[in-house]
Ligand binder design. Structure first.
Ligand code: ATP
Length: 238
């Protein structure tokens, strides 16, 4: 089953075409790595899908329904969550309060009867390394990314975008993230992850999408895309 499809998705900032007619699909159960050199348009692409910065043209279809240009709130209610390259939680809120905002927002039908327990479960699921009462502004970047992930999962998404979740992690922390990504996938959540760390991409992704200068240059099984001379050239030059 196709969970997400873009057709000719384009985003322009004035004269700059940051994303240029990108068409792609994500199937149920996929862990797709979105790769490409710095400034290739990866974050702009997921912003255009998730509603943060709507596309200039093109089409987005999620779970079989056209969602082009819908706001992030609507996309969230339809089952899309995301994390951010630079997480920006409410600085004065505790970790559990922060996750509770997403638990409550993402479950409007009242299916979750105990938001505190659900939010605690999310923190445990992502192996949040601090007490739930820690205030967000006291967290370092790695801890903030874990909190951001718990927040993203709290609304029970069916599709998750992750933007450079692993940047700045040590070798041991990378192993932890691999395990957590595997757990997320086993929950039935399809994943699109922007990542630069090839070790992680090769270990967890079943498919890759590579963009350069806003344009798709490769899409397919991980090993095939990683071996594609166009992809190597985009990263390493001639
Ligand atoms: N809000 C904006 N206004 C103008 N230009 C922007 C805006 N956001 C991104 N850009 C430009 O669009 C291009 C793509 O940027 P984007 O952040 O999407 O790349 P990226 O592939 O995610 O890069 P990185 O791997 O370094 O995070 C860059 O040239 C960037 O300067």
């Amino acid at each position: 089953m196709i969970v997400l499809e873009t057709q000719n998705l384009t985003k322009k900032f004035g004269g700059l075409t940051a994303v240029n007619a990108v068409s792609m699909t994500i199937n149920q159960g996929d862990i797709v790595g979105l790769i490409g050199p710095n400034g290739a348009g990866k974050t702009t692409f997921i912003n255009a899908i998730s509603g943060l910065n709507p596309p200039t043209s093109g089409m987005v279809k999620m779970f079989g329904k056209e969602t082009t240009g819908l706001t992030p709130e609507k996309m969230c209610r339809l089952g899309l969550s995301r994390t951010f390259q630079i997480p920006s939680p409410f600085p004065k809120m505790t970790a559990i309060e922060s996750v509770m905002t997403a638990t409550i927002f993402g479950n409007p039908a009242g299916k979750i009867t105990d938001p505190v327990a659900h939010s605690r479960e999310m923190l445990e699921f992502v192996e949040f390394p601090m007490k739930e009462t820690v205030v967000a502004e006291q967290l370092n970047t790695v801890q903030l990314k874990r909190l951001d992930l718990a927040r993203a999962l709290a609304s029970n998404p069916r599709l998750l975008f992750m933007d450079e979740l692993a940047s700045g992690l040590s070798e041991g922390e990378l192993k932890d993230i691999m395990r957590i990504i595997d757990k997320i996938s086993k929950k039935g959540i399809s994943i699109l992850m922007i990542e630069h760390i090839m070790q992680l991409i090769m270990a967890v992704c079943n498919r890759l999408l590579c963009i350069q200068f806003g344009t798709k240059i490769a899409e397919g099984p991980t090993q095939e895309v990683a071996n594609d001379p166009k992809v190597t050239k985009a990263y390493l030059g001639e």
